[in-house]
Design a protein around this ligand. Structure first.
Ligand SMILES: [Zn+2]
Length: 526
């Protein structure tokens, strides 16, 4: 029998519970919340489509992390999907339970506090939400307005967005968010191609196979999990390298949609995700546990001609470091507790800000306050806040803070996270739960869907409307509360001042890639 670490259940649920508590404005009793029953079901004619299948499987990766007892009620006649559902239900991480039933006879759903249906029908006698997707359109309705039934144009990106919207609706019901604070979703149809809730159609069909340029994915947390899930569902070819500095911990179970195997805990996020994706896609995937700054100069990245970078990061310094790869397409997903945003920088769209001029580093003037809160010396606080805290920092620190700093060192904190922890501790007069950051997995997967949509739109349809920054400010209010804006490039930033050098390097990269393709092509065909 293999040894399995016992996850800390409270840590695993703390982040979603934290989001719910901020929405309802009061403390919630975890035991009550996780005793409420939820049903996930679907209509046979939807589930036999690729989109219907993805919607169902994505919901199954998300829902068990944030609810208690989940019952999956499947219609008959869905072929192999039933076996797939049973396999995921058996392995998915949950603090509740997942039961799979096949609806030979009608099942009483009145005990459920939320029913999520993959299909188009609506029911006003139950706490019902329907989702589906068609092409680039993600649809959701918790009202009496049924959804269009068309689901024929396969596209997993919109399916993941639909799943994210549907799980958001369930979350509101299960955690008891009052409808006068956040009403249930009326009918919504959101296009990830047009980035609009008044779409003109399902958008272009995805090619049967998509050849990615050499791609780097940075960040293996909640957004990174969503990105990897989507990349496994798309039909892709090429090389992908995943970079993340951390290992999985208990607190990730509630937010990372692919973290099911407890043997992943304490293992490097980048390596686990790379292995998982390599087995499930046409991509050749590698992973590396490292800071972006170090990985950028490392053997893996140097051995590639990186032309597409996908980010799922939560700190500004890492974004600034990632931008220095200057790929033709850089897409950055970001989240807070309730909303998702995506920033796109393209070398062929120089009017838009890069990540370095979109995201400002914290001002140096803050160092006095930072030193006071952490005991770190000005030398330690100067320079890269994304680097890891070291013994040398503690040597030079204020004596009274040394025991606390040693704890931070043991936790593998960066300078930046030490400052955040120190300031939060100083502000509240209490010690926060280690690394506490309210977060839910479905906001992260919504961000991942936006990132992959922007990346493929830029890659396959470069003439389509360029959107530098798109925000879904509050997913709990739905995609209606979203907007695209253009942050103009800063004339003092290197994206502008060094543009000729950046373009020359990109040109050399393209030439090298073409030469490699010519050499590799016949060999691979042989
Ligand atoms: Zn810039």
């Amino acid at each position: 029998m293999t040894h399995r670490p016992n996850p800390n259940i409270a840590a695993a649920s703390s982040r979603p519970l934290g989001v719910a508590q901020s929405l309802v404005g009061k403390a919630l009793d975890a035991q009550t919340v996780f005793s409420r029953s939820v049903i996930l079901t679907g209509e046979q004619e939807t589930l036999i489509t690729k989109n219907g299948r993805w919607c169902l499987l994505d919901c199954l990766q998300l829902l068990p992390r944030v609810v208690g007892p989940l019952t999956v009620v499947l219609p008959i006649g869905i072929g192999e999907l039933e076996a797939e559902v049973r396999a995921i239900a058996a392995r998915v991480w949950t603090r509740g339970s997942v039961t799979v039933l096949t609806a030979g006879a009608p099942i009483d759903m009145r005990h459920a506090v939320a029913v999520l249906n993959i299909g188009h029908q609506v029911r006003n006698d139950l706490p019902w939400t329907s989702i589906n997707s068609d092409g680039w359109l993600a649809r959701c309705s918790s009202s009496e307005t049924p959804l269009p039934a068309s689901c024929g144009q396969a596209n997993p990106i919109a399916a993941l967005m639909a799943a994210s919207l549907g799980v958001t609706e369930v979350f509101k019901r299960v955690y008891g968010v009052p409808p006068d604070v956040l009403p249930q979703c009326e009918f919504v149809e959101f296009s990830l191609f047009e980035l609009s809730t008044s779409p003109t159609g399902p958008g272009p069909e995805l090619p049967e196979t998509i050849d990615l340029p050499d791609t780097v994915l940075i960040g293996g947390g909640a957004i990174g999990n969503g990105l990897v899930l989507l990349l496994s569902q798309l039909s892709l070819r090429g090389r992908l390298h995943i970079i993340d500095k951390q290992a999985f911990g208990d607190e990730n179970l509630g937010t990372c949609c692919l973290l099911d195997e407890l043997v992943w805990l304490t293992q490097p996020k980048a390596v686990q995700l790379a292995t998982w994706l390599d087995e499930r896609s046409g991509l050749v995937v590698t992973g590396e546990q490292a800071l972006v700054e170090d990985a950028r100069a490392g053997a893996f990245v140097k051995g590639m001609a990186v032309d597409l970078v996908l980010n799922g990061l939560d700190d500004v310094q890492a974004r600034h470091d990632a931008q220095l790869m200057w790929p033709s397409i850089m897409v950055d997903g970001g989240i807070n507790a309730i909303g998702a945003a995506v920033v796109t920088h393209r070398l062929d769209q120089p009017q838009g800000a890069c990540l370095r001029c979109t995201f400002q580093l914290p001002l140096v003037d803050g160092r006095v306050a930072q030193a006071k809160a952490t005991g770190l010396s000005f030398e330690s606080l100067h320079g890269d806040p994304g680097r890891l805290l070291t013994e040398a920092d503690i040597e030079e620190a204020d004596e009274a803070h040394k025991p606390w700093l040693r704890e931070q060192l043991q936790k593998g904190r960066t300078i930046c996270s030490t400052i955040a922890e120190g300031q939060a501790r100083a502000a509240l007069g209490v010690q926060l739960v280690a690394g506490f950051k309210p977060s839910v997995p479905f906001v992260a997967t919504a961000s991942a869907a936006l990132v992959v949509a922007q990346a493929l739109r830029s890659l396959l349809y470069p003439q389509s409307r360029f959107v530098q920054l798109f925000q879904m400010a509050n997913l709990f209010l739905g995609p209606h509360a979203s907007a695209g804006v253009l942050t103009p490039a800063d004339a003092r930033c290197e994206c502008t001042t060094q543009r000729s050098v950046i373009l020359r390097v990109a040109g050399a990269r393209a030439t090298a890639t073409r030469a490699t393709a010519q050499v590799v092509g016949p060999v691979m065909a042989a």
